[in-house]
Design a protein around this ligand. Structure first.
Ligand code: KG4
Ligand code: ZN
Length: 374
């Protein structure tokens, strides 16, 4: 079967505090505009849903215009509109969904609802518009079954990719997501929001052995769960004790704490991934001797150099290819990854036409293993 020529897709993501619009064609990214509201939410120490909604409403037309301009196309060139329907903040998702519906109706093109986590997982497959082969064939560039890992502010999930569009969650967090835990640790150290990047910077100058923190779930057999609450509590106790001792917190002390926290948080992540990779049967149910070759990693925490280093080392040890997004703009929340996921859906004829678009609704808690064909 020869693959269909992929259409140009205008993709929208307003799931949290980034208003993003991208133009994609198959795996190619023609533009990927991300307007971040993070600075506006920083003073609240977290995302304020009503502020996010208002900002998305104010900015979305401008972001659409910029995305089209940067790609060198007009709305008439678009073959489909894709939009994130969840998971995310309900009222923020709603802004993108109603805009997408309006555009799809106005231009009589299909609407493609996309799961944000699927977008993060497929983000390493995106290629720049200057790359060759705009065609997208099912499974191109990836050997399925494969694994996907999402490490973001809202999710930490290890996902089994039976084939693109068909997923099973192998491990997920039972409390905080990795990015969320890093943000909270950063806040305990008086750093800015979101704190992951600040923590990384300090950790580079720190010693991981000065302040011993516990490795989450150490020695426990059931490793299909991530957990950061114990580590977070230990960090909180330590910082409280240090404050009570009336000793002035030096820059070096802060760096050492940041290094310890980040080290343990990443060690735990790698341990769970390794354990899953090395016990494919019966966990993955792939049968004796089957080896997963590809691990796709997406989400905001992938911006961390140390984490990428550790994941690459794990890949080398286990003989698998670990793939990250080609550009920093595809790591945090962005619409290009939504466009890429939509490209696959379009190829499988999974889209809504005309009045069917009523089926596209916000799903704030939409899990990746609940994706159904439309
Ligand atoms: O994927 P993302 O942009 O948004 C969500 O979908 O949540 O992820 C945001 C998360 C935040 O927790 C942020 O602190 C973290 O990614 N992050 C980092 C780094 N840059 C962003 N964590 C560690 N190191 C970084 N350099
Ligand atoms: Zn995200």
């Amino acid at each position: 079967m020869t693959p269909k020529d992929p259409p140009l897709i205008l993709a929208i993501d307003t799931s949290c505090d980034e208003t993003s619009v991208a133009i994609t064609k198959g795996l190619q990214v023609w533009s990927n505009v991300v307007w971040s509201q993070a600075a506006l939410h920083a003073k609240f120490g977290g995302v304020m849903p009503s502020l996010a909604q208002r900002m998305h409403e104010e900015r979305i037309d401008w972001v659409i215009e910029r995305a089209l301009k940067q790609a060198g196309y007009g709305l008439t060139d678009m073959g489909a509109i894709a939009v994130t329907c969840g998971p995310g903040l309900a009222i923020a998702l709603g802004v993108g969904i109603s805009k997408a519906k309006k555009l799809a109706r106005e231009w009589s093109v299909p609407l493609i609802p996309i799961n944000h986590i699927e977008g993060h997982i497929l983000s390493p497959l995106a290629i720049s518009s200057t790359s060759h082969s705009p065609l997208l064939t099912l499974g191109e560039g990836i050997t399925c079954p494969a694994l996907g890992l999402v490490v973001s502010g809202g999710h930490t999930e290890l996902v089994y990719i039976n084939k693109i569009g068909e997923y099973k969650i192998l491990a997920e967090t039972q409390d905080d997501a990795l990015g969320e835990a890093l943000d909270k640790a950063a806040r305990m150290l008086g750093l800015g929001y979101p704190g992951g990047a600040f923590l990384e910077k300090l950790a580079r100058e720190g010693n991981t052995h000065t302040y011993p923190l516990p490795l989450p779930m150490a020695g426990r057999e059931n490793l299909n769960k991530f957990s950061y609450s114990g580590l977070k509590t230990a960090m909180w106790r330590l910082t409280q004790e240090m404050q009570k001792s009336n000793k002035k917190m030096t820059k070096q002390m802060t760096c050492d704490l940041a290094a310890s926290f980040q080290d343990m948080a990443f060690r735990h992540l790698i341990r769970v991934v390794k354990r899953t990779m090395t016990s494919p049967y019966p966990l993955l149910n792939l049968g004796e001797g089957f080896k997963v070759k590809d691990l796709l990693v997406g989400g905001g925490v992938v911006a961390n150099v140390e984490l990428r280093k550790r994941l690459r080392a794990l890949g080398k040890e286990l003989g698998m290819t670990v793939r990250f997004p080609y550009s920093k703009k595809l790591i945090g929340d962005n619409a290009a990854m939504i466009g890429v996921a939509a490209g696959y859906k379009f190829q499988r004829d999974e889209y809504l036409e005309g009045e069917e678009d009523e089926k596209a609704d916000r799903k704030p808690r939409w899990r990746i293993d609940e994706i159904k064909s439309v």
